[in-house]
Design a protein around this ligand. Sequence first.
Ligand SMILES: [Mg+2]
Length: 397
Amino acid sequence: MTRRGVILYGPPASGKDTVTGALSTADPVFALFSRVKIGPGRTAGYRMGTPKLLAELRATAGAVVYENSRYDSTYVTDRPGLDAAVAAGVPVMHLGQIDGVRTVLDGYPADWLTVLLWCPRESTAERSAGRGDTDTAARLAAWDATQADLEANAGFRFDLVVRTDAASPEQAAERIRQALAERGQRLLMLDFDDTLIDRLGAVTAWISGYCAAHGVGPDVERRILGAMRIRADLRTFEGLCAKLPLPESADQLWARYNAEFPATVRPFPGVPDALETVRTGGWQVVVVTNGGGEIQRAKLKASGIDGLVDGVCISEEASARKPDPAIFETAAASVGSSLARGGWMVGDNPALDVIGGRAAGLRTVWVSHGRPWPGGAEPDYVALDVLDALDHVRGAQ
Ligand SMILES: [Mg+2]
């Protein structure tokens, strides 16, 4: 399930409270996320906690998503509170530091819309005086600190910027709702073999087991691996049997491979959790793989990947192979999307995944496994492994 939320960042009196109110009025699904506050003073808008609760949250792994202290109080954005808020609707979180925004984006995967509410210093002065604040000087100091924070984090891009001196709270709320609606779900296509699963490791082990059981020597074993390194089908075995003294026919080998190999494949470490993180962040994930329907589906099932993605597109079933753009279009359509809406392709094969993905209009990540890029039009990002690739895609604007 996609978890969605809105993060409002801005100087004092930029309208975070009024815009949140306007959002809730327009659609009650939006609700202010109240942080846990431990300390004296204002209680409205907070869940008040005790030092004992703070100690308990800190002692529970992952329970504190973000914590900061100001004056005599400690404020905690807590995982249990966020879990309840995203289950109930779309939480609207107010944050005063970009460091805090980054911490929440990294620490609590969800489809967060980050919004900068901005107003000039004079607006903060006027509004603060107008609402009878007794600490306008402190508010202006906080305005200065916000501007300094933005300058210090010039590389951070908000999804939306609203000038609240030029837009009413209702207009600001409408632009936020529109941005969320337009965003829809983002599309991520992933290669399967040697991107999500360690096919090469499994194939090497399978060949080694076969050769040991049938008395096949190391030279022949090496040549079998050479032929099966990237792909294996009936023709691969026919080619091997024509050249090498193997104890079984090509048909027998192909049947054996189909029967034995799929159950041996495993995802690379960390892949199941990383896929879940990407999907809860609002991405639709589709596997795009060249190969036979039967064997690829058996591998998808055995590795558990089939239950962790939104769709699967296999070349034999799609009647198109990577790098043909047609297979990417079919993959996008399989989850109700289209290439016109853009997306990402991640894979380990330069020609099929990167060049093919680019030709289909997708942004690309090459999973290098430490190899140098072979040349030609480069991917948008070179990742060491698929976890690095997924991190990059999640963080890209
Ligand atoms: Mg591959």
